[in-house]
Design a protein around this ligand. Structure first.
Ligand SMILES: *Cc1c(COP(=O)(O)O)cnc(C)c1O
Length: 401
């Protein structure tokens, strides 16, 4: 199709650059014109093991020649084994499989309300979220996050969703009452600007929720799956386990897979008929999901993530100190990191792409990096050099008169 017909048959919800990627290997993508790009956004923290990891390709191919889909009318092969692995390595006792992050959050929100309903407190329906949060694009999840940009034009706000100031424990305590069902938070905000909540806050929040009879929901769709150097970001904190946790993105390594994890007290209230999905946890997704978690649980894997994260952070700090007129600070945690800039973040992203490095943006002023967890020191060094050049090449906006 001619260039002026670029993506005419697709909703204009996205505006990708005119690059045709045709192949991916590890941290690298190749375009149709033969140009290679270093991928430091990894499908937005999804390709956790890079592109076409041999173990994932093998798992997918093997399952693809056996059985693809049954629906959850039948016992899907591999689901129970995968669920058991996640339960063993987290607070959870049971898992609900989904295809996406938003669906995992939906399940979390429904489960929270259902828990109170089943325990004789149907009035507990309020969901408290935080400013700057992102929980997905369904009606419930845009209301839970409350970002005005994402709710505008979609009719009245759903009732019983409230927003608290980010990291303000006192405000949260004041907001909670006898109608509070749950508090939902990303231990490290992704889209909102890579803001990591101090671990003590998570501990305090856990305590507060327990005292007030509310459930604590973590959205680790982006910051989970090894991204911060632990399997889950909240595991950096002591005594901060949630009642419910939503996962997706990295746990499928590029295959659509989400999960809602919960304690038995919660999961047992989601009885037959209360919830469901056709595709969620189908045989292909589960096969890939198992290969992903097996790799992440291999001895030394997280040590390597932490070493890589240290290198990346150090390099970003250097860029920040070399270009203080343009870089405000380093943000994020582990391999979900980036820089907060005074220059337009989208311009830095584009300048990096022109130089063969793919990064993302987050919030109004953050350049986001989420390289695959298997990234090498050499690739990190290359990315840092390129980002440094991209920042240097981006002009500050004209000073306001
Ligand atoms: C991406 C994301 C979601 C939504 O996931 P989808 O798979 O796009 O539905 C939810 N929460 C967080 C924190 C995310 O980063």
């Amino acid at each position: 199709m001619a260039l002026d017909g670029y993506r005419h048959a697709i909703f204009p919800t996205y505006s990708p650059p005119k690059i045709k990627f045709v192949e991916g290997r590890g941290a690298w993508l190749r375009a149709a014109d033969g140009r290679e790009y270093l991928d430091f956004i990894a499908g937005i923290a999804v390709n956790a093991l890079g592109h076409c990891h041999p173990k994932l390709v093998e798992a997918l191919n093997e399952q693809a020649s056996k059985l693809w889909h049954l629906s959850n009318m039948f016992d899907v092969p591999g689901q129970e084994e995968l669920a058991e692995i996640y339960c063993k390595h987290t607070f959870a006792d049971a898992v609900f499989f989904t295809n996406s992050g938003a669906e995992a959050v939906e399940c979390a929100l429904k489960s929270a309300r259902r828990y109170h309903y089943a325990n004789g407190a149907p009035e507990r329906v309020d969901i408290i979220g935080f400013e700057g949060a992102f929980h997905g694009r369904t009606y419930a999840t845009i209301n839970a996050a409350g970002n005005p940009k994402y709710v505008e034009g979609f009719g009245p706000r759903l009732p019983a969703y409230k927003q608290c100031k980010f990291g303000d424990l006192e405000a949260l305590a004041a907001m909670m009452g006898p109608e509070t069902a749950a508090v939902i938070i990303e231990p490290v905000q992704g889209e909102g600007g890579l803001r990591a909540l101090p671990v003590e806050m998570l501990t305090a929040m856990r305590k507060l929720c327990t005292e007030r009879g509310a459930l604590l929901i973590y959205d680790e769709v982006q910051c989970g799956a090894g991204r911060t150097g632990k399997l889950f970001a909240h595991q950096w904190a002591d005594n901060a386990e949630p009642d419910i946790m939503a996962l997706a993105k990295g746990i499928g390594g590029g295959f659509p897979l989400g999960m809602c994890l919960a304690t038995r007290a919660v999961s047992q209230t989601m009885v037959v008929g209360t919830h469901g999905t056709t595709y969620g946890g189908n045989a292909l997704a589960v096969a890939v999901g198992r290969a992903v978690i097996n790799e992440m649980l291999a001895p030394g894997f997280m040590d390597r993530v932490n070493a890589a994260a240290g290198k990346l952070r150090e390099g970003l700090e250097q860029i920040a100190s070399q270009q203080p007129d343009k870089v405000i600070e380093v943000r994020g945690k582990g391999l979900l990191t980036g820089i907060r800039v005074k220059v337009p973040n989208t311009a830095v992203r584009d300048a990096a792409r022109d130089r063969g490095l793919l990064v993302g943006v987050a919030g109004a002023d953050v350049v986001r990096m989420a390289p695959p967890l298997i990234v090498s020191d050499k690739e990190i060094a290359h990315a840092l050099d390129t980002l440094n050049e991209a920042v240097a090449a981006t002009d500050l906006p004209p000073a306001k008169a």
